[in-house]
Design a protein around this ligand. Structure first.
Ligand SMILES: *[C@@H]1O[C@H](CO)[C@@H](O)[C@H](O)[C@H]1NC(C)=O
Ligand SMILES: *[C@@H]1O[C@H](CO)[C@@H](O)[C@H](O)[C@H]1NC(C)=O
Ligand SMILES: *[C@@H]1O[C@H](CO)[C@@H](O)[C@H](O)[C@H]1NC(C)=O
Ligand SMILES: *[C@@H]1O[C@H](CO)[C@@H](O)[C@H](O)[C@H]1NC(C)=O
Ligand SMILES: *[C@@H]1O[C@H](CO)[C@@H](O)[C@H](O)[C@H]1NC(C)=O
Ligand SMILES: *[C@@H]1O[C@H](CO)[C@@H](O)[C@H](O)[C@H]1NC(C)=O
Ligand SMILES: *[C@@H]1O[C@H](CO)[C@@H](O)[C@H](O)[C@H]1NC(C)=O
Ligand SMILES: *[C@@H]1O[C@H](CO)[C@@H](O)[C@H](O)[C@H]1NC(C)=O
Length: 338
């Protein structure tokens, strides 16, 4: 800012020169270490900086302030350290640069919607001990979901969905004390859901594991959550214990191989969306479901259920598509019970 005042006092032409050559605008908020890491990150992909964080002339590039001039980069107002790196314009290709590990103040790291980003998650990411929001979704990443992610103790939100991650889910993720949203859906994960997933600290966590190849039964330790989406896997066994928690609002277990008697299942009063289509569920639909205050949608199609469909409550809105392909469900909107 001092440069600005002096140039104003001296003369207009010097002021204009100063303005054009931008020392005033680029009073260098960007921390040099952060800038170096970002340049290395950019070089990793492009061989030079001008392609990604480009401006119109080379001098300005060298002079650029990463806190103000670079798309997707944000700094803390007081410390001027880089706290956000958010890239989603599909231009990156290759592996995720390990230079990211040298941005120690990052809270938000989004590298998403980059179909040519391949390879695994670099180990250096565990150096980002301030990270709260990590989104690597809609890339083409592969390899295991690394268990070292559980060392990012401040993580609130982890999204690795829509990639090609394989192998099993690391049980240690459940040790993340502040995690409230976990998205591992749309990958090629195998093995079973870890028993440890019953012990997440936040009881309002949302867990998305759909569209994988997960097998085995759902761990009975799994109690409280806000949203559970385990649809389109190969889960087997009894899931009846999952519904009774009052904190759960949405459960999607569609297109699995679950097999249990629904007749006496208890349902938590917070439930508003239940999707169970394409499983091997038998028995009947409990009448108590009609008393759930927030029920908006229930889909039990393609199971082996039988008996009268409850009336009233959320059931008045449901059409036949919620019930088709069962053994003998009857009553509105299906044919009358005899
Ligand atoms: C550096 O960036 C410029 C401008 O986009 C481009 O013309 C040049 O080919 C790049 N050089 C390398 C080595 O990638
Ligand atoms: C991604 O890779 C494909 C195939 O190699 C290529 O055609 C395309 O230009 C790449 N996209 C970008 C943004 O690099
Ligand atoms: C992802 O990478 C694999 C192999 O590296 C490649 O065959 C595939 O086309 C890529 N997918 C997309 C959507 O780019
Ligand atoms: C699941 O595994 C089968 C073979 O066992 C494979 O054909 C299929 O593509 C896999 N699905 C996913 C989503 O990975
Ligand atoms: C989950 O619970 C924690 C602690 O009770 C609270 O701070 C947070 O806002 C809640 N998150 C959501 C998504 O409900
Ligand atoms: C429901 O959530 C509240 C607040 O997040 C928590 O204190 C309580 O233990 C949870 N209930 C169950 C049955 O897990
Ligand atoms: C389901 O459970 C109910 C209640 O215990 C029982 O009456 C019924 O026979 C069971 N249905 C089947 C198909 O096992
Ligand atoms: C219920 O699920 C079936 C099978 O996926 C689907 O065809 C139908 O549209 C669904 N109904 C509703 C109301 O979501």
């Amino acid at each position: 800012m001092r440069t600005c005042k002096i140039s104003l006092q001296v003369s207009l032409s010097i002021f204009l020169y100063t303005l054009l050559s931008t020392p005033c605008l680029s009073s260098k908020l960007c921390n040099p270490d952060d800038k170096a890491a970002l340049l290395q990150f950019s070089q990793h992909y492009f061989g030079n900086i001008s392609t990604y964080w480009k401006s119109d002339d080379a001098d300005a590039d060298a002079d650029a302030d990463c806190c103000k001039d670079w798309e997707g980069v944000k700094c803390d107002r007081h410390t001027n350290r880089v706290t956000t790196l958010s890239l989603s314009n599909g231009q990156l290709s290759g592996e995720i640069s390990s230079a990211l590990g040298d941005l120690p103040y990052l809270k938000t790291l989004h590298i998403r919607k980059q179909p040519n980003i391949t390879g695994t998650i670099p180990n250096s990411i565990v150096k980002l001990q301030n990270l709260k929001f990590l989104r690597f979704d809609w890339n083409n990443l592969s390899g295991p979901v690394p268990s070292f992610l559980s060392q990012l103790k401040k993580l609130h939100f982890l999204d690795l969905s829509f990639n090609r991650f394989s192998g099993s889910i690391p049980p240690s993720l459940s040790t993340l004390p502040d995690l409230y949203s976990l998205h591992l859906d749309r990958n090629q994960l195998t093995g079973s859901i870890p028993d440890s997933f019953g012990s997440f600290k936040l009881t309002n966590i949302s867990i998305y594991l759909s569209h994988n190849n997960l097998s085995g039964s759902i761990p009975t330790t799994l109690g409280s959550a806000h949203i559970i989406d385990f649809s389109r896997n190969k889960l087997t066994g009894d899931a009846s214990f999952l519904f009774r928690n009052n904190n759960i609002s949405r459960i999607n277990l569609a297109r699995n191989l679950l097999e249990f008697n629904m007749t006496n299942v208890e349902f938590g009063f917070g439930l508003n969306i239940i999707n169970l289509n394409h499983n091997n569920i038998y028995g009947s639909i409990p009448l108590s479901l009609a008393t759930l205050p927030q029920l908006q949608s229930l889909n039990v199609s393609y199971n082996h259920l039988c008996g009268p469909i409850p009336t009233g409550g959320g059931f008045v809105k449901l059409d036949q598509s919620s019930y088709i392909h069962n053994r003998c469900l009857c009553g509105v909107p299906m044919p009358p019970c005899i």
